[in-house]
Design a protein around this ligand. Sequence first.
Ligand SMILES: Nc1nc2c(ncn2[C@@H]2O[C@H](COP(=O)(O)OP(=O)(O)OP(=O)(O)O)[C@@H](O)[C@H]2O)c(=O)[nH]1
Length: 380
Amino acid sequence: MPEIRSSQSELETRLKTMRRRAIISSGPWFLWINLLFCLFILGRHYFSPLPQFVNDTQEIPVLEILMGLILITSSSVIFILRMAHDPHAEWLGKLLHGALVCISVLWVGCFYLFLASGDSRIVFPFAALLIFTALISLYFDARILLSFTLPIWVVVLICNFVYPSELTMLNAVLYVLLAGLFESGRRILRGWFVLAISREQETRDLIKQLKMLANHDPLTGIANRRSFHLQLDKAMQRQQQCNMPLSLVMLDVDHFKKYNDYYGHQAGDECLIKVAKCLEDATRSTQDVVARFGGEEFIMLLPDATEQQAIEVAKRIQQNLQVPGIAHAGSPATPWVTISIGISTLQPGSSASRLIAEADAALYKAKEHGRNQWQTFTHG
Ligand SMILES: Nc1nc2c(ncn2[C@@H]2O[C@H](COP(=O)(O)OP(=O)(O)OP(=O)(O)O)[C@@H](O)[C@H]2O)c(=O)[nH]1
C-alpha cells in the first residue's frame, strides 16, 4: 500500500491558503491599531501640551483629511470582513492587501506633513510602532508586510535628511537598527509559521495513512472487511430511507489452496491482486464497494442493484477473469483460475447479517454445483 506523503507543491498550496486565512483573521486587529493611531493624531492637541506645527499655516486641513481617509478605509474593511458570507474567501485577502497599501500611502502623507513642518516628535515612535505592529500581524506574508511597511520606512528615512532636525543622525541610525530587528524578527516568526503548517500537513498525512490502513486490505489495496461492514451499514440505512434495491455478491477463488501449493505463496498473492483488479473492473457505479472478506474470499456491495443487475456484474467478472487468463495448472477443473459466486438481494425487513448469510449460502451452492459459476439465493 503506498505511503501517503504530501508533495512540496501541496505544502506550498497549503501555506498559501493558511497565509490567506491568517491575514483575514489578524488583519482586523491591525486595522483597529491604525484606527486608534488615527484617533490619537486627530486628538493630538489634547494629548500634547507642546505647540503644534502641522496645519497651523494651511488653509485646508490636509492631515485631518488623511486621517479621515484612514478611518474610513479601516472601518469599512473591518465591517466587510465581519459581514462577509465566506470568511475565508480569496477576495477578502486581496481587499485587505489593497486597503493596507492605501493606508500605508496615507500614513506616508501624514508623516511627510509632520516632518516638513519641522515637527518630528511623534513621527519616529509612531512609524516604529506601526511597523512593529504590522510585523506582529502580517509576518507570515512578506509581500503584504513589505507593501505596507516599505513606503513608510523609505519616506520617513528620506524626509529625515531632507528636513533635518538636531536628532537626524541618531534617528537614522536607530531606524537602520530597527530595520535589522524587524527583518530578523520576521524571519524567526515566518520560520515558526512554516514549521507549524508543515507539522499540521504531516499530521494530516498521518491521519490519511491511518485511515487507509484501517479501511484497506494491504495486499490488494481494495476495501477490507471492516470497511465493507461500515459501508454496508450505511447502504442499509439509505436503503431503508429510499426503498432502493441492494445486492451482495460473494466470491471465492476455486481450488486456491492447490494454486498456492503448485505456484507458491508469493504467486498466490499476485493471483489475488489480479482477481481484485478484475472485480474492480467489473463494477460500474462509484457507489459499488469491492472488499476482501478474508483469505481468497471477496465480497461486493452493489447499492441500487437488483438481482438481475447483480447477475450482470457476476457475468462481467467471469468474462474479465478470462481476459488475463491466470494459469492454474494445479486445478482439477480448468487450466486457469476461476471463481464461484453467490448473489443475494435485500428483502423487505431483512438485515445486513442475513443478507451476508444468504450470499454465503448462494456461494456454497455454486461450489456444490461444480464451481466456476454464479448462483442466487432462493427464498423459502
Ligand atoms: N497466497 C495467499 N494465500 C492465501 C491468502 N489467504 C489465504 N490463502 C490461502 O487460501 C487457501 C484457501 O484454501 P481453502 O479454504 O481450502 O479453499 P480452496 O482451496 O480455494 O478450495 P475451494 O474454495 O473449495 O475451491 C489456503 O491455502 C490459504 O493458505 C493470502 O493472502 N495469500
